[in-house]
Design a protein around this ligand. Structure first.
Ligand code: ATP
Ligand code: FE
Length: 357
């Protein structure tokens, strides 16, 4: 089975072609994966501007799909299905993608498969490493942070997650507070290399609670306070102050994620002899956080899996793969497929946009 996948739910316009490996129910071969980032369009605003994103997606999707097919060496007529992110995400972008996919489906007669963006992230280790169900997944991105029990292509148990900001959002907002630019994650990681992670003691929220919930919005407030104190004392931040703030912030996020992940491993138990802890989402790109999670997994007897970075952040291949799994199970959609701004993973039937439910 070969599937074309489209992704446009945030600030990346992406298209990819993925083929299931022969004689193996797990694992996909990425024939092409085109990702056009929009960072440049949003950098000046310190965050994604939905209207600008939607316009850019609408302008670029056609060409992005064309390139993905060309690089895969296939005509549209040669793919088996067209998968598209149908939510959750910035609704203008999601609609652009769904419209484009519907057009392609009508034009080619190929079935349309709506995909939950989070399912795309959560199923990525199946594509990259052929992981068996069930496995434990920590999804940490710009918009999400949750522990998922992944039981099947359409079966997820949400075990806990952030009750406010996602860690990526915290990285982005913190970078903005320090005047570093956008997206904040890589910039903070770079600054932190020269910083002292122990200089500022930022909170590790909710560690006193036994559940798997997390909170990251207080961290940003604590950092702002530390910054303001420094500015009040000496009229500004030195290069070292900035590096120390970044390192201390990053350490606090890593510590919190590591401790909650340890508890998630225990809660998930060991359904298989070697249980798997997989991560996905842009924050999984952070090497300190990766190392902390790897350490926890080793201690708890879990195999640790982090897909290559290009498949951790938003991309079309993960959507093609998630669509492929749905399609292989005999599921697909028709032209009534709707874009959903909200679509929790553990609730298959979310309200359709405009249905008033
Ligand atoms: P979602 O998938 O939840 O809709 P998203 O698409 O914005 O959100 P991703 O593309 O998976 O998320 O990841 C982007 C986020 O990852 C940004 O918030 C960015 O700051 C963060 N990020 C990227 N690299 C790093 C890094 N090295 N360290 C920390 N955070 C990082
Ligand atoms: Fe994403």
């Amino acid at each position: 089975i070969t599937v074309l996948g489209l992704e446009s739910s945030c600030d990346d316009t992406a298209a990819a072609v993925v083929r299931r490996k022969d004689g193996d129910s797990n694992g996909g071969e990425v024939l092409s994966s085109i990702v056009w980032g929009q960072e440049g369009l949003h950098a000046a605003f310190g965050g994604v501007v939905p209207e600008i994103a939607a316009r850019a997606h609408a302008e670029r999707l056609d060409l992005c799909v064309e390139q993905a097919l060309e690089q895969a060496g296939l005509a549209l007529a040669e793919v088996d299905a067209i998968a598209v992110t149908a939510g959750p995400g910035l609704i203008g972008g999601v609609i652009s993608g769904v419209m484009c996919a519907k057009g392609l489906s009508i034009g080619s007669g190929k079935p349309l498969v709506g995909v939950n963006h989070l399912a795309g992230h959560a199923l990525t280790p199946r594509m990259t490493d052929g992981v068996e169900y069930p496995y434990l997944m920590l999804l940490v991105s710009g918009g999400h942070c949750q522990f998922l029990g992944v039981l099947g292509p359409d079966q997820f148990t949400r075990m806990g997650g952030t009750i406010d900001d996602a860690p990526g959002e915290a990285f982005d907002k913190t970078a903005k507070l320090l005047g570093l630019g956008y997206p904040g994650g890589p910039l903070i990681e770079e600054e932190a290399k020269n910083g002292d992670p122990k200089r500022f003691r930022f909170p590790r929220p909710l560690l006193d609670r036994p559940d798997l919930d997390m909170s990251f919005s207080g961290l940003k407030t604590a950092l702002r306070r530390a910054r303001d104190t420094l500015v009040a004392e000496k009229g500004g931040l030195t290069v070292q102050d900035r590096a120390d703030l970044c390192a201390s912030f990053q350490q606090a996020v890593a510590d919190t994620l590591a401790e909650k992940t340890r508890r998630a491993c225990i809660a998930f138990g060991k359904p298989l002899e070697t249980p798997v802890l997989a991560v996905a989402g842009g924050v999984a790109a952070n090497s300190l956080i990766r190392a902390a999670l790897q350490d926890v997994a080793a201690k708890e007897g879990f195999q640790f899996l982090a897909p290559p970075l290009k498949y951790c952040t938003d991309n079309g291949a993960m959507i093609a793969w998630a669509g492929l799994e749905r399609f292989a199970g005999g599921e697909f959609d028709d032209l009534t497929l709707s874009a959903r701004p909200r679509w929790p993973l553990d609730k298959a039937a979310a309200p359709m946009l405009g249905s008033g439910k």
